[in-house]
Write a protein that binds this ligand. Structure first.
Ligand code: ADP
Ligand code: MG
Length: 398
């Protein structure tokens, strides 16, 4: 490698790319005034030494639930600090992604203990022991505790924890300390999976976050773009387009921000001086392809070979096809890449059924009258070129 391989590289378009990253916490929350107002009302008891509320926040991914909660907690902590007569406030966050109740409680204990003290054991104790320890730690400190349980729908057996925690004081586990639970879920149907008693307490206060519309996303993106890109680099129309695309698809600010960052990457790769509409279009296409590729790579080898076989048939114009025809092209494809093909028509048909269910294929039923009977015909639900490209790159990757 020549030593000067990187010397000429400059950051041409970005002022600070990390502002478009997942970890970045925005200084200002925009376009959520109504939700912030309701949140503020729900939390105000904390300032007056009353029992804090239990709050349930729901809405699709990327609509600002975590960002708004973080900024609310920061503001509340600051206000409690300012007021001499307010009880001490302790806020603890936990993302419950694939947690057991034990793990979630353990992490709350450790968060209260901080780094100076021994962590609660990873295994070996019961969940009720963990809860007792949590209550002891809370009593030691006193004051108000707010536990933010993010992505709570990923918690295994949420009922037990969500039943116990909000009742800790009523059930005599706590005397000096008070507790409120803020549960956040991307999934509204999660609500109906909870027991009625849990619903009653956790959902004392519900806050719904709706998807953003194009103009809201535009405001959010414009604020980010101003800090992330060098002056005059990102065209307003590019921001508008990214916002419109994301609004039409999911209404997620995360998706909109990802699209803008990807658009910046495309512009930079092309040596452009500005980020334009075309770069956003190219970025959206790249994201779309990436998604399809990931899905394809997740399939079994035989599933992939069958999709490749149908893609080949499709480029020859011979779709829709019956499973028998798929089988012979599949066998050639498998042999071509040095795999042993599955030998029975039935096993090919099973893969076809799975791939149809997963949305890779479209299936139509054909009835050829008494003699022929009914049979299925298949064609790709994806761009065949994309399937062939992806397969090629999977096989030729080192
Ligand atoms: N109203 C908003 N103002 C500024 N940035 C926002 C807003 N809503 C979402 N974001 C940003 O969009 C991304 C996704 O938001 P997040 O709060 O993580 O969504 P959720 O928790 O609902 O999945 C984050 O980068 C966040 O900073
Ligand atoms: Mg979140």
């Amino acid at each position: 490698m020549p030593e000067d391989l990187f010397t000429e590289m400059t950051d041409t378009l970005f002022e600070d790319k990390s502002i478009l990253s997942e970890e970045y916490r925005p200084d200002d929350i925009l376009e959520r005034d109504t939700e912030i107002d309701a949140y503020r009302t729900a939390l105000k008891d904390v300032l007056f030494g009353r029992n804090p509320p239990n709050i349930f926040l729901y809405g699709k991914t990327g609509v600002g639930k975590t960002a708004v909660t973080e900024s609310m907690m920061e503001a509340l902590e600051a206000e409690v600090h300012r007021r001499d007569d307010a009880d001490e406030l302790h806020v603890h966050f936990r993302n419950c992604n694939d947690d057991s109740v034990y793990q979630a409680v353990r992490s709350l204990i450790n968060s209260i203990r901080g780094d100076d003290r021994d962590p609660f054991p990873e295994t070996g104790l019961s969940t009720s022991r963990a809860l007792e320890t949590l209550y002891e730690e809370m009593e030691d400190r006193g004051g108000t505790f707010l536990f933010v349980l993010d992505e709570i729908d990923h918690l295994s057996d949420p009922n037990s924890l969500l039943y116990e925690l909000p009742r800790a004081r009523a059930n005599g586990h706590l005397e000096d300390a008070r507790v409120g639970v803020i549960g956040i879920s991307n999934n509204y149907t999660f609500r109906s999976s909870l027991s009625p008693k849990v619903k009653d307490t956790l959902m004392e206060k519900e806050l719904a976050f709706s998807p953003y519309d194009a103009s809201e996303l535009q405001t959010i993106l414009a604020a980010r773009a101003e800090k992330a890109f060098l002056p005059d680099v990102c065209q307003d129309s590019a921001i508008k387009l990214a916002a419109a695309r994301a609004a039409k698809d999911t209404g997620s600010a995360r998706q909109a921000i990802d699209l803008l960052r990807e658009g910046g990457d495309v512009a930079e790769e092309q040596g452009a001086e500005q980020v334009t509409d075309e770069h956003i279009v190219a970025a959206a296409e790249r994201v779309r392809r990436g998604r399809v590729e990931d899905k394809l790579r997740d399939q079994t080898m035989h599933g992939q070979l069958i999709l490749e076989a149908i893609a080949r048939l499709e480029t020859n114009g011979s779709v829709p096809v019956r499973s028998k025809e798929v089988q012979s092209t599949y066998e050639q494809t498998a042999t071509h890449w040095d795999y042993d093909p599955l030998t029975t028509l039935k096993s090919v048909q099973n893969h076809l059924a799975d791939l149809t269910m997963l949305g890779f294929l479209e299936r139509t039923e054909r009835n050829e009258g008494r003699a022929g009977g009914a049979h299925y015909q298949y064609e790709l639900a994806l761009d065949p070129e994309l399937v062939l490209d992806t397969r090629e790159s999977i096989e030729t990757a080192v």
